[in-house]
Design a protein. Structure first.
Length: 199
């Protein structure tokens, strides 16, 4: 089993430390369990990072502090159980985040504050609720959200502000203490797939 640092060192030797957009870092189908805080520190010009189909259980806070131009991060099919502010910190140009098919039960409030996310994959996790705010003071201009196949029972109105959710694939309506929740948000959708309702 190789550590993330060993694999990145091989990448830098092969492509150079610049990590240019023509050579995105592809670490799919390995056995990575943890991403160390300094594992990517030498790859400041990465724009795409593919980490799906590993066994990632933990990403240390501050791991992406030096990835200021990273625009796509794929963490699909791993073993993450939560998404924290510290994990996402530093990804101010992140546009696409795919963390589907994990075991996520919790997303911290304001977790995506400071990012530029327009595509967010959360499907096939274990989320029962979304926090009151996801994006803090940096609400996206538009968002494609995938939340199907989660046991969602509630979603706060402020999680998804009116007017910028342009495409959503998920289970609707949401129910919170017996009441339909987020009806104004539903009225703003331009495309909606209605699946089975989860209560």
């Amino acid at each position: 089993m190789h550590t993330t640092s060993q694999i990145v060192c091989f990448y830098m030797h092969k492509y150079g430390a610049s990590g240019t957009p023509t050579h995105p870092l592809n670490l799919r189908y390995n056995k990575i369990q943890t991403i160390e805080i300094n594992a990517l520190s030498g790859l400041k010009n990465l724009t795409y990072l593919f980490l799906q189909y590993n066994q990632i259980e933990r990403i240390h806070n501050g791991t992406f502090n030096n990835q200021g131009i990273l625009s796509e991060l794929v963490l699909s099919v791993n073993k993450l159980t939560s998404v924290t502010v510290g994990m996402i910190k530093g990804l101010k140009h992140l546009q696409i985040l795919k963390i589907d098919n994990n075991a996520i039960t919790m997303i911290e409030t304001n977790c995506f504050n400071g990012t530029n996310i327009s595509v967010l994959w959360l499907q096939y996790n274990k989320l029962t609720a979304l926090p009151w705010t996801l994006f803090g003071n940096t609400q996206p201009t538009q968002l494609q959200l995938w939340i199907n196949s989660n046991p969602l029972v509630s979603m706060a109105n402020s999680s998804l502000q009116d007017g910028w959710l342009t495409w959503c694939y998920g289970y609707f309506p949401f129910c919170y203490q017996g009441n339909l929740y987020g009806q104004n948000m539903l009225d703003k959708l331009s495309c909606l797939h209605i699946g089975r309702v989860t209560f």
